[in-house]
Design a protein around this ligand. Structure first.
Ligand SMILES: NC(=O)c1ccc[n+]([C@@H]2O[C@H](COP(=O)([O-])OP(=O)(O)OC[C@H]3O[C@@H](n4cnc5c(N)ncnc54)[C@H](O)[C@@H]3O)[C@@H](O)[C@H]2O)c1
Length: 232
């Protein structure tokens, strides 16, 4: 199960999963402009709605025998300087990025614990690690995702649960989310990385693949930075 599957990093994750033989359920509030082909089913879902998550999860478990991997990738930015940020702007980002991650994990995590296997990967952000001007709401949610990740790694491994829960903090990545960032700021951002460039979505997806796969069977409760060596 991959949320935010319609485009950007979520789409790249679906692509790499398909290439590696997974049966993928892509979840998104929007339809993909160009659906991927292969063993993938797209379902419409607003991850911020607890009721909708329960309903869609119910549909998925009737269709599939088991869920082995959950990637919480859906996310939004609604940027504003703190003194200008409205309550709605704060609440919407919390609802999608933070509660949206909790909404599906509270259903999938216990089921994985019962089947005694599973891997959950949450997409945090470089902004959750370093903070950023005009993104206090977003930074709070992405740091919060790390806290939930570490809590779930403990919770879902109890009683032999054997569920691994990790987070990835991508650096700035070439997706639509970056379209609102002015070119001069993008150049500055590139200068803060050792590699001198932004990430391709596939480079984030490859790290997700590692955490989803049996190459990482002893990795849990971790935050992996995939940011080209960013130093702020
Ligand atoms: N692009 C970056 O530089 C960057 C850096 C660090 C972290 N991230 C994180 O990576 C994730 C993916 O970002 P992206 O750059 O691919 O963004 P994107 O805007 O290209 O894609 C986000 C996807 O999430 C979906 N989505 C939004 N709200 C939703 C909701 N309520 N329910 C279900 N789906 C919803 C959108 O429809 C879209 O398909 C996000 O969590 C983002 O915060 C991105």
């Amino acid at each position: 199960m991959v949320t935010g599957a319609a485009k950007g990093i979520g789409r790249a994750i679906c692509e790499v999963f398909l290439k590696n033989g997974a049966k993928v359920v892509g979840l998104d509030i929007s339809e993909p402009a160009e659906p991927l082909s292969g063993d993938i089913v797209y379902l419409k879902l607003d991850v911020s709605s607890t009721g909708d998550c329960e309903q869609v999860y119910g549909e998925i478990v009737t269709r599939l025998e088991r869920i082995d991997i959950l990637v919480n990738c859906a996310g939004i930015t609604v940027d504003a300087m703190t003194k200008k940020m409205t309550e709605e702007q704060f609440d919407r980002v919390v609802a999608v990025n933070l509660k949206g991650t909790w909404n599906l994990t509270r259903l999938v995590g216990p089921a994985m614990q019962q089947q005694k296997s599973g891997s959950i990967i949450n997409i945090s952000s470089v902004v959750g690690v370093f903070g950023n001007v005009g993104q206090s709401n977003y930074a709070a949610t992405k740091a919060g995702v790390v806290g939930m990740t570490k809590s779930w790694a403990k919770e879902f491994s109890m009683k032999g649960g054997n569920v691994r829960v990790n987070a990835i903090a991508p650096g700035y990545t070439m997706t639509d989310m970056m379209k609102t960032v002015p070119p001069d700021i993008l150049e500055k951002i590139k200068g803060t990385t050792m590699l001198g460039r932004l990430a391709e979505p596939s480079e984030i997806a490859n790290a997700v693949l590692f955490l989803a796969s049996d190459l990482s069977t002893y990795v849990t409760g971790e935050l992996i930075n995939v940011n080209g060596g960013m130093r702020l």
